[in-house]
Write a protein that binds this ligand. Structure first.
Ligand SMILES: Cc1cc2nc3c(=O)[nH]c(=O)nc-3n(C[C@H](O)[C@H](O)[C@H](O)COP(=O)(O)OP(=O)(O)OC[C@H]3O[C@@H](n4cnc5c(N)ncnc54)[C@H](O)[C@@H]3O)c2cc1C
Length: 99
């Protein structure tokens, strides 16, 4: 697409053309997130401790728990999620051993 939408002197581009161009040129670029997102609403799969709602003893710790795509490297965010999961599991283990 060569026409600009931002300049008032630029030729107008039909909405359908913009949509068609976007559909043909935009890609997910292999950064899939959010299929098991964190939250407290009924559409959320895991809680803030990464537990799957309604299933004891199961956590999810990967890019799927991100509520939406981050504006940063997804892999760095996955490392953060993994570190958080490890800390949560260690804390639970320590609490169990202390009893
Ligand atoms: C081509 C490409 C380039 C990328 N470049 C970048 C980049 O430059 N910077 C960046 O930040 N991110 C990049 N990413 C995104 C980044 O790799 C992902 O966001 C990140 O790896 C997601 O981590 P994950 O743990 O959710 O999933 P994954 O890393 O995909 O890990 C899933 C794991 O589960 C295993 N698995 C799947 N099914 C099963 C099963 N049934 N049983 C057992 N194991 C299973 C898989 O073998 C895999 O090891 C790129 C991704 C791709 C594909």
């Amino acid at each position: 697409m060569t026409a600009s939408l931002s300049s008032s002197n630029a030729p107008r581009v039909a909405h359908a053309t913009v949509v068609e161009e976007a559909c043909q040129s935009l890609r997910t670029y292999s950064h899939h997130v959010g299929t098991c997102r964190i939250g407290t609403d009924e559409m959320a799969l895991v809680d803030t401790s990464l537990h799957v709602h309604g299933i004891d003893g199961l956590r999810v710790a990967d890019a799927s728990v991100m509520p939406s795509i981050v504006s940063a490297n997804t892999i760095a965010t996955v490392y953060g999620i993994a570190e958080r999961a490890a800390a949560l599991i260690r804390a639970k283990s320590r609490a169990s051993n202390a009893r």
